[in-house]
Design a protein. Structure first.
Length: 424
């Protein structure tokens, strides 16, 4: 489908036009065979609001920014409405569009379902469906350019107040022939289908990763549930402090320098995927900061968390290079002893061991943990060679996850490019 796309900075007669408005009626990218300018009319010339009621037997729908209109029963909510109250709900049919309370942020919700929805929603549809492809408009109503256009009628609107249909109807919308609308729809449907498959595959890979992590570590037992056949010795149970050395980071803010050579590790450096987030904070290298530099195969643990559900508390990073990072306060520098494979300890702590850390957390607004308490926690350790094999196996899975995530990201970027350039 994308092979038929071509760049179009203004096809046909528009190349020689001196009128900026006419030039803007050509998308930047379009399918071959289409060179006519798009039309621009007020919304009320294309759409009409509708408010049919008294269909209480139909399923109740709710608006979702990402998924459009969805069945309320699929939401994690406990909203109940008496059957008599449903008589006042509005009928929504496939191909209808809905203006909801967050339309000022994410555009209009499209429905591919027949059901009813709250009277607070504004429902509208085409005046003449034969001249339009509803999927084309579904995508158009969520483009960045359309959201920007909505700002003309959303000044001062915040959560709790919807865009009025009368205001929307005054906006000037650009559109093309139904034939070209259908081509654009086919392309975007293919992209959306591919993206859905990639996201589902990524979900399954994550589930598989969680399964392996849950089975391949012994977790205070002598034997894990899943194991390489070449190993049969029991795992040893030890306190964390028995297999590491450690020291605390220090307040080094006064040594921060835009051109400093050291990357700073602080509370904001810990990603939810246990990777380093570069906040672009750098520090000088001097007699003070050198004391808190971390070396290759060291781990660093975050001891504070500003989220109530402890999203980063106790997570560790593994350092891949010498003399590249320095630890700020509330970060503990952990050096595994020679009987522990660093990558294994990194994976173990970020797994079930972190659950133990969260159980000893303290504080209210800002959650924290003392490393003196953390180092007393117990964990199960196999022989060194088994640690290496486990780490390599989990590393392969992580690489596969990174590959699948990159596929999703590339497809999302492709879709955004098409949304920005196929539409006006």
């Amino acid at each position: 489908m994308t092979d038929d796309l071509m760049k179009s900075s203004g096809s046909g007669d528009a190349d020689n036009s001196t009128h900026a408005d006419e030039q803007r009626l050509y998308p930047k990218v379009r399918f071959r065979g289409f060179d006519e300018p798009w039309k621009k009319v007020k919304a009320r010339q294309l759409f009409i609001s509708k408010s049919k009621k008294n269909y209480p037997a139909l399923p109740v729908l709710s608006a979702s920014q990402e998924l459009g209109m969805i069945y309320r029963s699929n939401l994690d909510s406990d909203i109940k409405t008496e059957r008599s109250g449903l008589k006042n709900y509005k009928l929504i049919e496939p191909g209808d569009f809905v203006i909801h309370l967050r339309s000022f942020q994410g555009g209009f919700a499209y429905s591919d379902k027949r059901g009813i929805a709250s009277p607070a929603y504004t429902v509208f549809t085409f005046k003449d469906k034969t001249n339009h492809d509803d999927y084309f408009w579904k995508e158009k109503f969520q483009t960045y350019n359309f959201i920007q256009l909505l700002k003309q009628v959303t000044y001062g609107i915040r959560d709790g107040k919807s865009i009025s249909y009368s205001d929307f109807s005054t906006l000037k919308l650009t559109y093309t022939s139904k034939k070209e609308q259908v081509q654009i729809s086919k392309c975007l449907k293919q992209i959306n289908s591919l993206l859905s498959l990639q996201q589902r595959k990524l979900e399954l890979e994550n589930e598989l990763n969680r399964f392996y992590i849950g089975k391949i570590f012994a977790n205070n037992n002598n034997y894990p549930e899943l194991r390489f056949s070449s190993f049969n010795n029991s795992w040893e149970i030890a306190k964390l402090k028995e297999i590491i050395t450690h020291k605390s980071g220090s307040p080094i803010e006064k040594y921060f320098s835009e051109n400093g050579p050291l990357k700073v590790i602080s509370i904001g450096s810990y990603g939810l995927d246990n990777s380093y987030i570069d906040q672009k904070i750098r520090a000088e290298r001097n007699n003070v900061t050198e004391k808190y530099m971390v070396q290759k195969n060291d781990l660093t643990m975050v001891l504070n968390d500003k989220t109530s559900d402890c999203r980063i508390l106790g997570r560790v990073l593994i350092i891949n290079n010498d003399n590249e990072y320095v630890a700020n306060q509330r970060t503990e520098i952990i050096t595994p002893n020679k009987t522990v494979y660093p990558q294994f300890l990194y994976q173990l702590i970020n797994g079930a061991f972190r659950t133990k850390i969260k159980k000893i957390a303290q504080g209210g607004t800002q959650i924290y943990v003392n490393f003196k308490s953390v180092e007393k926690l117990k964990l199960s350790i196999p022989e060194y060679e088994e640690q290496k094999d486990i780490s390599k196996f989990l590393g392969l899975i992580k690489n596969k996850l990174s590959f699948e995530q990159s596929n999703v990201t590339i497809t999302q970027q492709l879709k955004q490019f098409l949304l920005q350039n196929l539409f006006i």
